[in-house]
Design a protein around this ligand. Structure first.
Ligand code: ZN
Length: 435
């Protein structure tokens, strides 16, 4: 049984054509794949960024050419892109091979690498940084765009969030055939997605509304009510096509279980968005819902790493909204290691720490760590949290007890710590989180 997404018929499709790339594009792809392989063998990383860059340097139109003839889903927003793209890819994989930038390289180079590595995949699920959405969409002409949320992030790199929403909206307006699956509870997202021709609204909730007190269109204060939000200018929460009720995803004509294995309400919201996106691609809803249950670890996140007598649950949060969603996932009194870096990929500016509601962390042992452990320590002090500050995360583990420990790190801190944990001990091993 194929259950259609409510609100719209499935996105307009053209059958995937035979991918006949010119000899120069083929050479550029081969050079990129060789470079990526070399990078992996030298232990420099996954190689997708450098590989994609080499391909793009040789063929500036490689992304357009590699995407041609495929059914492409772009997943964008400030938080949840990697997790949601994994969920969408799992659902779409039930109907055919999928090219997916699963490691989270979410600019044009990462998209090129994913498409090059899965040359024959009819479908592509590509996570895209919200600042790069317009350029990537222009190149790949997406069938579906998923827009999760828009909040402040990387304060030194990104522009003001209202300006991002406006740019995203104008990008969506240029693709009238694209179905935009958008979060009806995020005023910034709604302001952008209202400019799209075809939209599917999901009541996905919002764990942090710090950037949504005033209207993104006219600047007036938004009114929040039991049933949504509205502004005097007319911008208001759209009637959702998908809702989450009692842990189930509901539309006007179906109810689907969302018994996913990923923790937290925020991931149930991500799953509802993924379900709506998969249906917009033409995947049967019940088939998509079953596939979501198979996802348990996403690029190392939510995994448990055993180290000696400690079991480290690995979580990633990199901005105030991400932290707000993360707080409900932390064990009630479980010891907590927080690791913060401020490299280019994290954003150099750490003032976002002051927007994180650390005050909500109830009594537990907390260690502040990472290259910016001191900044974090000051913030935790003002939040009234007793803590220790140990800059080296591995040394910080010595300050924590045996048993279950939550580790929350921002982007580069997460990946560096994970590599040290998994590479540093032959006894280290990773297992899936069974919850
Ligand atoms: Zn307004």
């Amino acid at each position: 049984m194929v259950v259609r997404t409510p609100g719209v018929s499935p996105a307009a499709t053209s059958p995937p054509g035979q991918r006949r790339w010119g000899w120069w594009t083929r050479a550029a792809v081969r050079a990129g794949l060789i470079t990526a392989g070399l990078s992996r063998r030298l232990g420099l990383g996954a190689g997708s960024i450098i590989g994609g860059r080499v391909t793009l340097a040789l063929d500036a139109h490689a992304l357009r050419r590699l995407a041609a003839g495929r059914r492409v889903v772009l997943v964008s927003g400030t938080n949840g892109k990697t997790t949601t793209s994994h969920l969408v890819a799992a659902a779409v994989r039930t109907v055919g091979p999928v090219a997916h930038n699963s490691g989270g390289s979410n600019m044009a180079d990462g998209a090129v690498a994913a498409l090059a590595e899965a040359r024959d995949a009819e479908y592509a699920v590509i996570e895209v940084d919200e600042l790069h959405l317009a350029a990537v969409a222009e190149a790949v002409d997406p069938m579906v765009v998923v827009l999760l949320n828009l909040t402040r992030d990387q304060l030194d790199r990104a522009t003001e969030v209202g300006a991002i929403a406006s740019a995203v909206g104008h990008a969506l307006a240029r693709h009238p055939r694209t179905v935009v699956v958008a979060n009806a509870d995020d005023p910034m997202v709604v302001s952008a997605a209202k400019l799209a021709t075809r939209s599917v609204w999901v009541a996905a909730g919002s764990s942090w509304l710090g950037d949504a007190s005033s209207c993104p269109r006219c600047g007036h204060t938004l009114t929040f009510t039991e049933s949504g939000w509205e502004c005097v200018c007319g911008l208001a929460r759209p009637t959702p096509d998908w809702r989450i009720e009692n842990g189930k995803a509901c539309t006007s004509n179906m109810v689907l279980p969302l018994d996913i294995r990923l923790p937290g309400q925020v991931n149930r919201s991500n799953a509802a968005m993924a379900l709506a996106a998969a249906c917009a691609v033409g995947v049967a809803a019940d088939q998509a819902a079953s596939a979501l249950r198979e996802v348990d670890v996403v690029a190392g996140r939510y995994a448990v790493v055993h180290r000696g007598a400690q079991n480290l649950r690995m979580l990633l949060a990199k901005n105030p909204a991400g932290w707000a969603g993360m707080l409900s996932m932390l064990g009630e009194s479980r010891p907590l290691l927080v690791i913060i870096n401020a490299r280019e990929a994290d954003g150099r500016d750490t003032s976002w720490l002051w927007d994180v509601p650390f005050e909500q962390l109830t009594s537990r042992q907390v260690v502040a760590s990472g290259e910016r452990a001191a900044d974090l320590g000051v913030r935790l002090s003002y939040a009234g949290l007793e803590h220790q500050t140990v800059a080296d995360p591995l040394a910080a583990l010595a300050a924590l007890p045996a048993g279950e420990i939550d580790v929350v790190a921002n982007y580069t801190a997460f990946h560096h710590f994970r590599r040290r944990l998994l590479g540093g001990s032959r006894l280290s091993r990773e297992r899936e989180v069974a919850r």
